[in-house]
Design a protein around this ligand. Structure first.
Ligand SMILES: Cc1cc2nc3c(=O)[nH]c(=O)nc-3n(C[C@H](O)[C@H](O)[C@H](O)COP(=O)(O)OP(=O)(O)OC[C@H]3O[C@@H](n4cnc5c(N)ncnc54)[C@H](O)[C@@H]3O)c2cc1C
Length: 389
Protein backbone atom coordinates (compact mmCIF):
# COMPACT_ATOMS: atom_id res chain seq x y z
CA UNK A 1 0.00 0.00 0.00
CA UNK A 2 1.18 3.50 -0.65
CA UNK A 3 -0.01 6.86 0.67
CA UNK A 4 -3.15 8.29 -0.87
CA UNK A 5 -2.42 11.60 -2.65
CA UNK A 6 -5.93 11.71 -4.07
CA UNK A 7 -4.80 11.56 -7.67
CA UNK A 8 -7.58 11.90 -10.25
CA UNK A 9 -8.57 9.14 -12.67
CA UNK A 10 -6.69 10.93 -15.46
CA UNK A 11 -3.59 11.34 -13.32
CA UNK A 12 -3.63 7.65 -12.42
CA UNK A 13 -4.03 6.83 -16.10
CA UNK A 14 -0.92 8.88 -17.00
CA UNK A 15 1.05 7.12 -14.26
CA UNK A 16 -0.06 3.73 -15.55
CA UNK A 17 0.89 4.62 -19.14
CA UNK A 18 4.34 5.84 -18.04
CA UNK A 19 4.80 2.71 -15.91
CA UNK A 20 4.04 0.43 -18.87
CA UNK A 21 6.48 2.24 -21.18
CA UNK A 22 9.16 2.21 -18.46
CA UNK A 23 8.74 -1.51 -17.80
CA UNK A 24 8.29 -2.73 -21.37
CA UNK A 25 10.38 -0.34 -23.47
CA UNK A 26 12.94 1.36 -21.22
CA UNK A 27 13.98 -1.36 -18.77
CA UNK A 28 15.31 -3.74 -21.45
CA UNK A 29 17.57 -1.07 -23.03
CA UNK A 30 18.55 1.16 -20.09
CA UNK A 31 21.97 -0.38 -19.49
CA UNK A 32 22.99 -0.33 -23.15
CA UNK A 33 21.80 3.27 -23.66
CA UNK A 34 23.76 4.34 -20.58
CA UNK A 35 26.96 2.55 -21.59
CA UNK A 36 26.84 3.63 -25.24
CA UNK A 37 25.38 7.13 -24.63
CA UNK A 38 22.51 6.53 -27.07
CA UNK A 39 19.93 9.31 -27.40
CA UNK A 40 16.51 7.63 -26.92
CA UNK A 41 14.66 8.71 -30.07
CA UNK A 42 12.82 5.37 -30.25
CA UNK A 43 11.50 5.93 -26.71
CA UNK A 44 10.50 9.51 -27.57
CA UNK A 45 8.29 7.93 -30.26
CA UNK A 46 6.68 5.76 -27.58
CA UNK A 47 6.06 8.86 -25.42
CA UNK A 48 4.50 10.57 -28.43
CA UNK A 49 2.26 7.64 -29.31
CA UNK A 50 1.07 7.47 -25.72
CA UNK A 51 0.38 11.24 -25.67
CA UNK A 52 2.83 11.85 -22.82
CA UNK A 53 4.86 14.67 -24.44
CA UNK A 54 2.24 17.34 -23.86
CA UNK A 55 0.81 16.38 -20.48
CA UNK A 56 1.66 19.85 -19.05
CA UNK A 57 0.71 21.82 -22.18
CA UNK A 58 -2.81 23.32 -22.24
CA UNK A 59 -5.37 21.58 -24.44
CA UNK A 60 -5.71 24.76 -26.54
CA UNK A 61 -2.15 24.12 -27.79
CA UNK A 62 -2.57 20.40 -28.36
CA UNK A 63 -1.58 19.15 -24.91
CA UNK A 64 -3.36 17.15 -22.22
CA UNK A 65 -3.71 20.15 -19.87
CA UNK A 66 -2.62 18.37 -16.70
CA UNK A 67 -0.25 21.07 -15.50
CA UNK A 68 3.04 20.59 -13.70
CA UNK A 69 1.46 17.74 -11.72
CA UNK A 70 1.04 15.81 -14.98
CA UNK A 71 4.70 16.35 -15.78
CA UNK A 72 5.83 15.42 -12.27
CA UNK A 73 3.84 12.18 -12.19
CA UNK A 74 5.09 11.03 -15.58
CA UNK A 75 8.73 11.95 -14.91
CA UNK A 76 8.68 10.26 -11.50
CA UNK A 77 7.28 7.05 -12.95
CA UNK A 78 9.75 6.90 -15.85
CA UNK A 79 12.70 7.70 -13.57
CA UNK A 80 11.90 4.78 -11.27
CA UNK A 81 13.35 2.70 -14.09
CA UNK A 82 15.80 5.11 -15.73
CA UNK A 83 16.78 8.61 -14.62
CA UNK A 84 18.26 9.71 -17.94
CA UNK A 85 15.91 8.68 -20.72
CA UNK A 86 12.96 10.65 -19.30
CA UNK A 87 15.02 13.81 -19.74
CA UNK A 88 14.23 13.96 -23.44
CA UNK A 89 10.70 14.78 -22.25
CA UNK A 90 11.47 16.63 -18.98
CA UNK A 91 14.08 18.95 -20.52
CA UNK A 92 11.74 19.64 -23.40
CA UNK A 93 9.36 20.95 -20.75
CA UNK A 94 12.16 23.19 -19.43
CA UNK A 95 12.67 24.52 -22.96
CA UNK A 96 8.93 24.93 -23.62
CA UNK A 97 7.98 26.61 -20.33
CA UNK A 98 9.46 30.02 -21.29
CA UNK A 99 7.17 29.98 -24.35
CA UNK A 100 4.16 29.06 -22.20
CA UNK A 101 5.07 31.73 -19.67
CA UNK A 102 6.16 34.63 -21.88
CA UNK A 103 5.36 33.73 -25.49
CA UNK A 104 2.92 35.65 -27.68
CA UNK A 105 -0.20 33.87 -28.92
CA UNK A 106 1.49 33.47 -32.33
CA UNK A 107 4.61 31.93 -30.75
CA UNK A 108 2.53 29.55 -28.64
CA UNK A 109 0.50 28.43 -31.66
CA UNK A 110 3.62 28.02 -33.76
CA UNK A 111 5.72 26.00 -31.32
CA UNK A 112 3.64 24.30 -28.62
CA UNK A 113 1.49 21.90 -30.72
CA UNK A 114 4.59 20.28 -32.27
CA UNK A 115 6.13 19.92 -28.82
CA UNK A 116 2.89 18.50 -27.39
CA UNK A 117 2.69 15.91 -30.17
CA UNK A 118 6.31 14.85 -29.65
CA UNK A 119 7.30 15.91 -33.18
CA UNK A 120 9.77 18.43 -31.77
CA UNK A 121 11.92 18.39 -28.65
CA UNK A 122 12.93 21.64 -26.96
CA UNK A 123 15.91 22.84 -24.93
CA UNK A 124 16.74 25.69 -22.56
CA UNK A 125 19.95 27.61 -23.14
CA UNK A 126 21.10 29.76 -20.25
CA UNK A 127 24.40 28.39 -18.86
CA UNK A 128 27.78 29.41 -20.25
CA UNK A 129 31.33 28.38 -19.37
CA UNK A 130 31.71 31.38 -17.03
CA UNK A 131 28.06 31.70 -16.02
CA UNK A 132 26.63 28.77 -14.07
CA UNK A 133 25.10 29.64 -10.70
CA UNK A 134 25.49 33.32 -11.63
CA UNK A 135 23.28 33.66 -14.70
CA UNK A 136 23.82 37.42 -14.81
CA UNK A 137 27.42 36.73 -15.94
CA UNK A 138 26.35 35.42 -19.37
CA UNK A 139 28.35 36.87 -22.24
CA UNK A 140 26.27 35.82 -25.25
CA UNK A 141 25.03 38.99 -26.90
CA UNK A 142 21.98 39.72 -29.05
CA UNK A 143 22.49 43.09 -30.64
CA UNK A 144 19.57 44.78 -32.40
CA UNK A 145 19.99 45.50 -36.08
CA UNK A 146 16.76 46.92 -37.56
CA UNK A 147 14.11 44.19 -37.45
CA UNK A 148 16.70 41.59 -36.44
CA UNK A 149 18.97 40.60 -33.58
CA UNK A 150 22.48 39.29 -34.19
CA UNK A 151 23.54 36.62 -31.66
CA UNK A 152 27.12 35.79 -30.75
CA UNK A 153 28.34 33.50 -27.97
CA UNK A 154 28.43 29.91 -26.71
CA UNK A 155 26.01 28.13 -24.38
CA UNK A 156 27.41 25.29 -22.35
CA UNK A 157 25.94 22.05 -20.92
CA UNK A 158 22.60 22.30 -22.76
CA UNK A 159 20.36 19.25 -22.31
CA UNK A 160 18.81 18.00 -25.58
CA UNK A 161 21.42 20.12 -27.40
CA UNK A 162 21.67 19.03 -31.03
CA UNK A 163 18.57 16.80 -30.73
CA UNK A 164 15.95 19.48 -30.08
CA UNK A 165 14.35 21.56 -32.81
CA UNK A 166 13.33 24.50 -30.57
CA UNK A 167 15.72 26.39 -28.25
CA UNK A 168 14.82 29.07 -25.74
CA UNK A 169 18.03 31.03 -25.37
CA UNK A 170 18.99 33.92 -23.10
CA UNK A 171 21.39 36.62 -24.23
CA UNK A 172 22.42 40.16 -23.36
CA UNK A 173 20.55 42.69 -25.47
CA UNK A 174 22.00 45.50 -23.41
CA UNK A 175 25.33 44.37 -21.90
CA UNK A 176 25.67 47.60 -19.85
CA UNK A 177 22.44 46.94 -17.95
CA UNK A 178 23.55 43.71 -16.18
CA UNK A 179 20.61 41.60 -14.98
CA UNK A 180 18.14 44.01 -16.65
CA UNK A 181 19.90 43.72 -20.00
CA UNK A 182 19.08 40.04 -20.61
CA UNK A 183 16.38 38.89 -23.06
CA UNK A 184 14.96 35.55 -24.13
CA UNK A 185 14.68 34.29 -27.73
CA UNK A 186 13.22 31.29 -29.53
CA UNK A 187 15.73 29.89 -31.97
CA UNK A 188 15.18 26.98 -34.32
CA UNK A 189 17.71 24.33 -35.24
CA UNK A 190 18.96 25.03 -38.74
CA UNK A 191 19.02 28.84 -38.37
CA UNK A 192 22.19 30.05 -40.17
CA UNK A 193 24.91 30.91 -37.66
CA UNK A 194 23.55 28.45 -35.05
CA UNK A 195 25.64 25.31 -34.61
CA UNK A 196 26.40 22.65 -32.02
CA UNK A 197 29.73 22.16 -30.27
CA UNK A 198 31.22 19.80 -27.73
CA UNK A 199 29.07 16.94 -26.47
CA UNK A 200 29.81 16.04 -22.84
CA UNK A 201 30.61 12.53 -21.63
CA UNK A 202 29.08 12.30 -18.17
CA UNK A 203 29.03 10.36 -14.90
CA UNK A 204 25.29 9.68 -15.17
CA UNK A 205 22.20 10.43 -17.29
CA UNK A 206 24.37 9.28 -20.18
CA UNK A 207 21.43 8.67 -22.55
CA UNK A 208 20.72 12.40 -22.31
CA UNK A 209 22.60 14.69 -24.72
CA UNK A 210 24.45 17.61 -23.07
CA UNK A 211 25.97 19.88 -25.67
CA UNK A 212 27.23 23.36 -26.53
CA UNK A 213 25.15 25.77 -28.61
CA UNK A 214 27.32 28.07 -30.70
CA UNK A 215 26.03 31.35 -32.12
CA UNK A 216 28.19 32.99 -34.73
CA UNK A 217 26.55 36.12 -36.17
CA UNK A 218 23.24 34.27 -35.96
CA UNK A 219 20.56 36.60 -37.35
CA UNK A 220 17.05 36.16 -36.01
CA UNK A 221 13.92 38.23 -36.60
CA UNK A 222 12.57 40.33 -33.73
CA UNK A 223 9.41 38.15 -33.79
CA UNK A 224 11.57 35.50 -32.06
CA UNK A 225 12.06 37.71 -28.98
CA UNK A 226 10.46 36.01 -25.96
CA UNK A 227 8.64 38.47 -23.73
CA UNK A 228 9.82 42.04 -23.43
CA UNK A 229 13.39 43.07 -24.15
CA UNK A 230 15.34 43.21 -20.88
CA UNK A 231 12.89 40.90 -19.06
CA UNK A 232 14.83 37.69 -19.77
CA UNK A 233 15.88 37.02 -16.21
CA UNK A 234 12.27 37.35 -15.02
CA UNK A 235 11.32 34.71 -17.59
CA UNK A 236 14.16 32.49 -16.34
CA UNK A 237 13.01 32.85 -12.73
CA UNK A 238 9.36 32.14 -13.57
CA UNK A 239 10.47 29.12 -15.61
CA UNK A 240 12.63 27.67 -12.83
CA UNK A 241 9.76 28.06 -10.35
CA UNK A 242 7.78 25.66 -12.55
CA UNK A 243 10.57 23.43 -13.83
CA UNK A 244 12.42 22.64 -10.59
CA UNK A 245 9.60 20.29 -9.48
CA UNK A 246 10.39 18.35 -12.67
CA UNK A 247 13.96 17.81 -11.45
CA UNK A 248 12.57 16.93 -8.02
CA UNK A 249 10.35 14.33 -9.71
CA UNK A 250 13.36 12.90 -11.53
CA UNK A 251 15.17 12.63 -8.18
CA UNK A 252 12.14 11.13 -6.43
CA UNK A 253 11.67 8.55 -9.19
CA UNK A 254 15.32 7.50 -9.04
CA UNK A 255 15.11 7.21 -5.23
CA UNK A 256 11.87 5.20 -5.34
CA UNK A 257 13.36 2.88 -7.97
CA UNK A 258 16.48 2.31 -5.85
CA UNK A 259 14.37 1.59 -2.75
CA UNK A 260 12.37 -1.03 -4.64
CA UNK A 261 15.55 -2.73 -5.88
CA UNK A 262 17.06 -2.71 -2.38
CA UNK A 263 14.01 -4.32 -0.73
CA UNK A 264 13.76 -7.02 -3.39
CA UNK A 265 17.46 -7.82 -3.03
CA UNK A 266 17.38 -7.82 0.79
CA UNK A 267 14.55 -10.36 0.80
CA UNK A 268 16.47 -12.72 -1.45
CA UNK A 269 20.10 -12.41 -0.41
CA UNK A 270 21.10 -14.99 2.20
CA UNK A 271 24.07 -14.54 4.54
CA UNK A 272 24.64 -16.27 7.89
CA UNK A 273 21.85 -18.71 6.84
CA UNK A 274 19.17 -16.04 6.75
CA UNK A 275 17.91 -13.36 4.35
CA UNK A 276 19.77 -10.10 4.99
CA UNK A 277 16.32 -8.47 5.38
CA UNK A 278 16.12 -10.21 8.78
CA UNK A 279 19.07 -8.15 10.11
CA UNK A 280 17.96 -5.08 11.99
CA UNK A 281 20.94 -3.17 10.56
CA UNK A 282 19.51 -3.66 7.04
CA UNK A 283 15.91 -3.09 8.15
CA UNK A 284 16.82 0.29 9.62
CA UNK A 285 18.53 1.38 6.40
CA UNK A 286 15.42 0.38 4.42
CA UNK A 287 13.14 2.16 6.91
CA UNK A 288 15.13 5.38 6.56
CA UNK A 289 15.06 5.10 2.76
CA UNK A 290 11.29 4.51 2.64
CA UNK A 291 10.49 7.34 5.05
CA UNK A 292 12.62 9.84 3.14
CA UNK A 293 11.12 8.82 -0.21
CA UNK A 294 7.59 9.31 1.11
CA UNK A 295 8.42 12.65 2.76
CA UNK A 296 10.01 13.81 -0.51
CA UNK A 297 6.90 12.79 -2.44
CA UNK A 298 4.56 14.58 -0.03
CA UNK A 299 6.60 17.80 -0.27
CA UNK A 300 6.84 17.62 -4.05
CA UNK A 301 3.17 16.88 -4.68
CA UNK A 302 1.95 19.62 -2.36
CA UNK A 303 4.34 22.13 -3.93
CA UNK A 304 3.15 21.08 -7.39
CA UNK A 305 -0.52 21.37 -6.47
CA UNK A 306 0.28 24.87 -5.16
CA UNK A 307 1.87 25.83 -8.49
CA UNK A 308 -1.02 24.42 -10.54
CA UNK A 309 -3.67 26.11 -8.39
CA UNK A 310 -2.27 29.46 -9.53
CA UNK A 311 -3.21 30.94 -6.15
CA UNK A 312 0.31 32.16 -5.35
CA UNK A 313 2.07 34.59 -7.66
CA UNK A 314 5.49 33.17 -6.85
CA UNK A 315 6.39 29.69 -5.68
CA UNK A 316 10.18 30.10 -5.71
CA UNK A 317 10.62 29.00 -2.10
CA UNK A 318 8.45 25.90 -2.40
CA UNK A 319 9.93 24.87 -5.77
CA UNK A 320 13.44 25.27 -4.39
CA UNK A 321 12.50 23.26 -1.27
CA UNK A 322 11.13 20.40 -3.33
CA UNK A 323 14.13 20.35 -5.67
CA UNK A 324 16.63 20.61 -2.82
CA UNK A 325 15.00 17.97 -0.63
CA UNK A 326 14.15 15.42 -3.31
CA UNK A 327 17.62 15.59 -4.87
CA UNK A 328 19.45 15.21 -1.56
CA UNK A 329 17.12 12.32 -0.65
CA UNK A 330 17.93 10.74 -4.02
CA UNK A 331 21.64 10.84 -3.22
CA UNK A 332 21.18 9.36 0.27
CA UNK A 333 18.71 6.68 -0.85
CA UNK A 334 20.71 5.53 -3.89
CA UNK A 335 23.92 5.42 -1.83
CA UNK A 336 22.09 3.32 0.76
CA UNK A 337 20.73 1.05 -1.98
CA UNK A 338 24.30 0.32 -3.07
CA UNK A 339 25.12 -0.42 0.59
CA UNK A 340 22.24 -2.88 0.90
CA UNK A 341 23.36 -4.73 -2.23
CA UNK A 342 26.96 -4.80 -0.99
CA UNK A 343 29.58 -5.53 -3.65
CA UNK A 344 26.85 -6.46 -6.16
CA UNK A 345 25.45 -2.95 -5.78
CA UNK A 346 28.75 -1.58 -7.01
CA UNK A 347 28.65 -3.61 -10.22
CA UNK A 348 26.71 -3.00 -13.43
CA UNK A 349 24.74 -6.25 -13.37
CA UNK A 350 22.44 -4.50 -10.89
CA UNK A 351 20.86 -1.11 -11.65
CA UNK A 352 21.60 0.67 -8.36
CA UNK A 353 25.12 1.85 -9.27
CA UNK A 354 23.57 3.64 -12.28
CA UNK A 355 20.82 5.06 -10.09
CA UNK A 356 23.46 6.51 -7.77
CA UNK A 357 25.29 8.07 -10.74
CA UNK A 358 22.05 9.41 -12.24
CA UNK A 359 20.89 10.85 -8.91
CA UNK A 360 23.90 13.14 -8.56
CA UNK A 361 22.93 15.48 -11.37
CA UNK A 362 19.69 16.39 -9.60
CA UNK A 363 21.70 18.18 -6.87
CA UNK A 364 23.50 20.20 -9.54
CA UNK A 365 21.41 21.41 -12.46
CA UNK A 366 18.65 24.02 -12.46
CA UNK A 367 20.58 25.42 -9.50
CA UNK A 368 22.82 23.46 -7.14
CA UNK A 369 21.63 22.54 -3.64
CA UNK A 370 23.48 25.58 -2.31
CA UNK A 371 21.62 27.84 -4.75
CA UNK A 372 18.27 26.27 -3.69
CA UNK A 373 19.13 26.99 -0.06
CA UNK A 374 19.97 30.60 -0.96
CA UNK A 375 16.56 30.90 -2.62
CA UNK A 376 14.71 29.32 0.32
CA UNK A 377 16.47 31.53 2.89
CA UNK A 378 16.02 34.71 0.83
CA UNK A 379 12.28 34.10 0.62
CA UNK A 380 11.99 33.14 4.28
CA UNK A 381 13.63 36.42 5.26
CA UNK A 382 11.49 38.43 2.83
CA UNK A 383 8.28 36.79 4.11
CA UNK A 384 9.25 37.46 7.71
CA UNK A 385 10.02 41.10 6.91
CA UNK A 386 6.60 41.46 5.28
CA UNK A 387 4.84 39.93 8.33
CA UNK A 388 6.85 41.74 11.00
CA UNK A 389 7.61 45.23 9.73
C1 LIG B 1 24.34 17.29 -17.31
C2 LIG B 1 24.03 18.75 -17.23
C3 LIG B 1 22.92 19.25 -17.90
C4 LIG B 1 22.64 20.63 -17.87
N1 LIG B 1 21.57 21.12 -18.59
C5 LIG B 1 21.43 22.47 -18.70
C6 LIG B 1 20.45 23.02 -19.59
O1 LIG B 1 19.68 22.30 -20.26
N2 LIG B 1 20.37 24.37 -19.72
C7 LIG B 1 21.18 25.21 -19.03
O2 LIG B 1 21.08 26.42 -19.21
N3 LIG B 1 22.11 24.71 -18.15
C8 LIG B 1 22.25 23.38 -17.98
N4 LIG B 1 23.20 22.86 -17.13
C9 LIG B 1 24.02 23.76 -16.34
C10 LIG B 1 23.70 23.70 -14.84
O3 LIG B 1 22.48 24.33 -14.56
C11 LIG B 1 24.90 24.32 -14.10
O4 LIG B 1 25.98 23.40 -14.24
C12 LIG B 1 24.59 24.59 -12.64
O5 LIG B 1 23.66 25.63 -12.50
C13 LIG B 1 25.85 24.94 -11.84
O6 LIG B 1 26.67 25.84 -12.51
P1 LIG B 1 28.24 25.51 -12.65
O7 LIG B 1 28.34 24.13 -13.15
O8 LIG B 1 28.87 26.58 -13.45
O9 LIG B 1 28.78 25.54 -11.17
P2 LIG B 1 29.28 26.83 -10.34
O10 LIG B 1 28.24 27.90 -10.42
O11 LIG B 1 30.65 27.17 -10.78
O12 LIG B 1 29.30 26.25 -8.87
C14 LIG B 1 30.42 25.52 -8.33
C15 LIG B 1 30.16 25.31 -6.84
O13 LIG B 1 30.05 26.59 -6.18
C16 LIG B 1 28.82 26.67 -5.47
N5 LIG B 1 28.30 28.05 -5.51
C17 LIG B 1 28.25 28.89 -6.57
N6 LIG B 1 27.67 30.05 -6.21
C18 LIG B 1 27.35 29.94 -4.90
C19 LIG B 1 26.73 30.80 -3.94
N7 LIG B 1 26.29 32.01 -4.27
N8 LIG B 1 26.56 30.33 -2.67
C20 LIG B 1 27.00 29.10 -2.33
N9 LIG B 1 27.60 28.24 -3.17
C21 LIG B 1 27.76 28.66 -4.45
C22 LIG B 1 27.90 25.70 -6.19
O14 LIG B 1 26.85 25.26 -5.33
C23 LIG B 1 28.85 24.57 -6.57
O15 LIG B 1 29.00 23.71 -5.47
C24 LIG B 1 23.47 21.50 -17.13
C25 LIG B 1 24.58 20.96 -16.43
C26 LIG B 1 24.87 19.63 -16.50
C27 LIG B 1 26.10 19.12 -15.79
Amino acid sequence: MSMDYMLSEEELMMVETARTIAAEKIKPIRRQYDEEEIFPWNIVKEFAQADLCGVYIPESYGGFGKGIMGLVLVVEELCKVDGGIALALASTALGALPILIAGTEEQKKKYLPNIASGKHLAAFGLTEASAGSDATAIMTTAIKDGDYYILNGTKHFITNGGEAQVYTVFAKTNPDKGARGISGFIIEKGTPGFEFGKKESKMGIRASATRELIFNNCKIHKDQLLGKEGHGLLVVQATLDKSRPGVAAQALGIAAGALEEAVIYARKRVQFNQPISSFQGIQHILADMATEVEAARALLYSCTRMIDSGKSKRTSKESAMSKYYCSEVAMRVTTNAVQVLGGYGYCKDYPVEKMMRDAKITTLYEGTSQIQKNEIALNLIKESAARNK
